[in-house]
Design a protein around this ligand. Structure first.
Ligand code: MLT
Length: 251
């Protein structure tokens, strides 16, 4: 039973919360799904030593402990993917499989780090809604922006309600994250790599290249989706997730 229907832990991206996984939570009812908000996004104490990928990774493992779950399939989108790499480094024994959505293994470039600094200033000066307005055109694909107004409105509302200290902490944690490329070849659990064809933050070429480095992984490119593929094309993503969850050999 546990082998057929493993628990799934969904890890959201930036600047989102658990709501980004609503279509998956509604459809994948055969599986025990957990989709927490990362520390600071909607509440929780700031970490004593500052925000870092390791803090989020340890928080999530603590959550599995409290739920009585030994191992899970971890599904992370973008920043959620950065956290998955940290979980693999620190808690490999808690991972049955990984689903990497619209993410990348490399660390921030110098330009990327400067962009984080600028966004931290915007968040502190103008609040979460300003971050939402800046990032919306980047995170949603051209098709969604043109044809799916309900998704645009939902993402705007989600990003606008997040808490500024948590957003700033996440930006700092992403700015300082390590390069995870060297570990790609060492991933030894079933892996699905999935991304949107219109994703400008984690473009398809990079996603495909990442999948090629993860032995035995499967790559799925979802048409007419940007960086928030699970929300932009939920039916196609749910099909891909179900196919992976039902056919991968989790041990
Ligand atoms: C995300 O969706 O989590 C962000 O695009 C990640 C990032 O800014 O690097």
């Amino acid at each position: 039973m546990a082998e057929t229907y493993p628990a799934i832990l969904f890890v959201h991206g930036f600047p989102f919360d658990h709501e980004q996984w609503r279509p998956q939570l509604e459809r994948l009812t055969r599986w025990r799904c957990l989709a927490p908000d990362l520390r600071g996004f909607s509440g929780g104490d700031p970490p004593a030593g500052g925000y870092a990928m390791s803090v989020y990774a340890d928080d999530l493992v603590g959550m599995l402990d409290r739920a009585g779950i030994d191992r899970a399939v971890w599904c992370g989108l973008s920043m959620g993917g950065y956290i998955l790499f940290e979980v693999l480094r620190r808690h490999r024994e808690r991972v049955l499989g990984v689903i990497l959505c619209d993410t990348k293994a490399e660390a921030d470039t110098a330009e990327g780090k400067a962009g984080r600094d600028e966004l931290m200033r915007v968040a502190e000066r103008d609040g979460a809604a300003a971050i939402a307005e800046r990032l919306l055109p980047k995170v949603l694909g051209a098709t969604t922006r043109a044809q799916r107004p309900e998704v645009v409105a939902m993402v705007r509302a989600m990003a606008s309600r997040l808490l500024v200290p948590g957003l700033v902490g996440a930006l700092r944690a992403m700015r300082e994250r390590p390069d995870s490329r060297p570990m790609l070849e060492q991933i030894d659990v079933p892996a699905l790599v999935l991304g949107g064809s219109e994703d400008e933050i984690s473009p398809p070429a990079g996603m495909r290249a990442m999948a090629q480095r993860i032995g035995g992984s499967k790559y799925v490119e979802v048409p007419e989706a940007g960086h928030l593929t699970p929300l932009e094309r939920p039916e196609l993503v749910n099909e891909a997730l179900e196919d992976f969850l039902l056919h991968a050999s989790f041990r």
